[in-house]
Write a protein that binds this ligand. Structure first.
Ligand code: C5P
Length: 239
């Protein structure tokens, strides 16, 4: 069950992040390093997580011209991260380049291939927000269409709300990775997330991994919060 939980280290400094890793490992094996943390302390935190025995999900949501994204994937692969994100809205060619760069980099550095997952629609957005950026298609249809595009271009998976996971699983098949943020244990604050789902329902809907940030890192007792979520994941698997 531990392998299914990814904790988002959305803190500002190396010391804060390292403190959380020290508290949560080995209950948590995979840690998400996003733009907030990476911008402040760079690859040092990745090295520290690896040294502890953990894995890194580098969530920098690359969205640029294909050549630049290809180079960014190579740099991340060289750091030995387990998985990274690109924005599916970057388009077919950008996604294809990202997938190919991951394969080339594994050969070049003689390492395992970094998994590339595409962000579909941020879980903080709803239909109204989509219309605000000129997308009139219904959110669910937009997510499914982006997930299909990601698969077609050779990505390993996608990031989407667990509310859409069931439908995505149907069109992408069993081996495609579905990562679901916007997870809130029953009774937790929603924060800025609009499409939230409980850990149990996310797993039942077919999520491969769930990403949890604030409900764990801002908890009075992050380890107890983690254990509670792991229990929910386990329960979901039982029935
Ligand atoms: O604190 P919270 O549990 O809401 O954190 C969710 C994490 O997942 C954040 O780091 C956020 O950047 C990330 N994320 C998301 N929605 C996506 C992709 C990533 O919330 N579609």
């Amino acid at each position: 069950m531990r392998e299914k939980l990814i904790v988002a280290l959305d803190v500002k400094s190396f010391d804060e992040a390292k403190r959380i890793v020290d508290i949560l490992y080995p209950h948590v094996k995979i840690f998400k390093v996003g733009s907030k943390l990476f911008t402040s302390c760079g690859p040092e935190i990745i090295k520290a997580i690896h040294k502890k025995g953990g894995e890194v999900f580098l969530d920098l949501k690359f969205h640029d011209i294909p050549n630049t994204v290809s180079g960014s994937v190579e740099s991340a692969a060289q750091l030995g991260v387990f998985m990274l994100t690109v924005h599916t809205l970057g388009g077919s060619l950008m996604l294809k380049e990202a997938a190919e760069s991951a394969m080339r980099s594994a050969r070049k550095f003689n390492t395992r291939k970094v998994k590339i997952v595409g962000v579909t629609v941020l879980t903080s957005m709803d239909n109204k927000d989509l219309r605000g950026v000129g997308i009139s298609r219904d959110l669910k249809k937009e997510v499914i269409s982006l997930a299909k595009l990601a698969k077609k271009q050779g990505l390993d998976g996608i990031v989407a709300s667990a509310a859409e996971a069931k439908h995505i699983r149907k069109v992408t098949g069993k081996n495609f990775i579905i990562i679901t943020p916007g997870i809130r244990p029953s009774g937790a604050a929603k924060d800025d997330q609009k499409r939230i789902v409980t850990p149990k329902d996310a797993i039942r809907n077919g999520a491969s991994y769930i990403v949890v940030g604030r409900p764990i890192i801002e908890a009075k007792n992050p380890r107890a919060a983690t254990i509670g979520i792991l229990k929910e994941i386990e329960d979901a698997k039982k029935k």
